[in-house]
Design a binder for this molecule. Structure first.
Ligand code: AMP
Ligand code: GLY
Length: 454
């Protein structure tokens, strides 16, 4: 198959890698995708199977230096739908996979489909589930999906009233896209008001003020072709910049999968109560959702609640979910793009765990410094079980340098989470990037659930 991947982050590198390499083994889990590794008795098949190259011809727009080792790079603006559709047509690709939210919200998937090319990724109208938190809340209400109570506010006075109605901790969200940084969770009422005022100052600005949800967070990616929902394995992301979940929210500093602590039946419950009703609601509205419905969930003492929807794969969770998928990714994404998910055999998963640690540039998530040399990638990849995914990297005179906030995503795969974690950190130890920082506690502590949380 000839496939064009749109985007330039570690998520797109993970997608490209999963398209480029096939691994035999794994077992079918159907909806119970969340619980393989821990109760598995035989890890042998998965461990002895080394990835082998697939025969897909891969292209990326614009990609990054890491993706460039697996795919032909094309310097095309990923949010320019006409340019992406034109590239897809010229290359004669069988499938376009759109990674990030910005192109989806800008209608890139619509432009590609209009050119007659199968596309994995929702239309602009369906991507509004991510593009507008207020819209997502409205759809959830119509579909009966459990989520935090919320008020959509357009003035600071409305915000103040909503903050006082819910009490602390305060949750204030920018209505529009903000690269994971539009949300402030704080006990400080003034800080909450200040964030709201900054969001409202933007043209057409609106904020969503929510009740605070406690309990561990889970990310579950649900593939849909507009009708059928196929869940992947759940993962957990670490959103705060610093160890111990301190510091500001980021795009994500690390992740792991599977989740040994998650309740039995969680995946089935989320499909039944969250993903399927949302997909049905979107179809009934005439704006079917085809792509990944990323369900960001809190497992509260009162049950599962949606924290957010995204219209694409999560970053960095994708980096730990895809290496565990044994079913060839290209087949799955093409089936979703062509409305054939119903015919797909149950996904197969490898009995392994994966942990990723993000190496971030000096200053991230604030203003970052670019142009620092990035060394040690080959040494990290020489560690068995480690692969390094690029995000904010560029080449300067042949040398690899930093060019963005999250620079690398170092992935460790192992027999269980402890092994995967040790492997990932062994890889990180080989990376040198002046002024960089990373969390040292990814996957080190597992949440403890309240008895009745599920
Ligand atoms: P979002 O961009 O909506 O995923 O929010 C980013 C992060 O803020 C989430 O991963 C949570 O850690 C936190 N957050 C968002 N909404 C809430 C909420 N209602 N209660 C508690 N924490 C929240
Ligand atoms: N990991 C969070 C996100 O992709 O939005």
């Amino acid at each position: 198959m000839k496939i064009l991947v749109v985007g330039s982050g570690a998520r797109e590198h993970a997608i490209t890698r999963a398209l480029a390499l096939a691994t035999a083994g794994g077992h079918a889990t159907g909806h119970a995708a969340g619980h393989p590794a821990l109760h598995a008795t035989d890890h042998t098949a998965a461990h002895t199977a080394a990835p082998t190259p697939t025969d897909h011809e891969l292209h990326a727009a614009p990609g990054n230096p890491g993706i460039g080792q697996l795919a032909t790079l094309h310097p095309v603006d990923p949010v320019d739908g006409a340019a992406v559709a034109d590239l897809a047509t010229r290359l004669g690709v069988d499938l376009v996979v759109v990674g990030p939210e910005a192109p989806l919200v800008a209608g890139v998937a619509d432009a590609v489909r209009a050119a007659g090319v199968p596309c994995f990724g929702p239309s602009a109208e369906a991507a509004a589930l991510e593009g507008s938190k207020a819209f997502a809340k409205e759809v959830m209400a119509a579909a009966g999906v459990p989520t935090a109570m919320a008020h959509v506010c357009t003035t600071v006075d409305e915000v103040a009233t909503a903050l006082d109605a819910f009490g602390a901790p305060h949750v204030v969200k920018d209505d529009g896209l903000a690269a994971g940084k539009g949300v402030v969770v704080t006990d400080d009422r003034d800080a909450a008001l200040e964030h709201a005022a900054a969001c409202l100052a933007k043209p057409g600005g609106a904020v969503v003020v929510e009740e605070y949800l406690d309990g561990p967070e889970v990310s579950l990616f649900c593939l849909s072709d507009g009708t059928t929902v196929v869940p992947l394995a759940p993962a957990q992301d670490f959103k705060r910049a610093l160890d111990g979940d301190e510091g500001p929210n980021t795009g994500g500093m690390g992740a792991y999968s599977p989740l040994p602590w998650s309740p039995d039946g969680l995946v089935d419950e989320v499909v039944a109560r969250v993903a399927q009703p949302t997909v049905d609601e979107m179809r009934h509205r005439g704006t079917p959702f085809a792509g990944v419905l990323y369900c960001g969930l809190a497992l509260t003492s009162r049950g599962v609640r949606v924290i957010e929807f995204n219209a694409r794969f999560g970053d960095p969770e994708t980096q730990v979910v895809l290496p565990r998928l044994a079913t060839p990714l290209a087949e799955v994404l093409l089936a979703a793009a062509q409305g054939r998910l119903d015919d797909l055999p149950p996904l197969r998963w490898r009995d392994e765990a994966a942990v990723t640690v993000v190496v971030a540039a000096h200053g991230y998530p604030g203003s970052v410094r670019a142009g620092d040399p990035v060394d040690g990638v080959a040494d990290a990849e020489a560690v068995p079980g480690v692969h390094v995914l690029h995000a904010g990297t560029a080449t300067d005179d042949g040398a690899l340098v930093s060019s963005g906030g999250r620079v690398l995503s170092v992935v460790g795969v192992g027999a269980d989470l402890a092994a995967a974690r040790a492997t990932a950190y062994e890889g990180v130890a080989h990376i040198s990037l002046r002024g960089s920082h990373h969390r040292t506690d990814i996957a080190s502590r597992m949440p403890v659930l309240d008895e009745d949380a599920s």
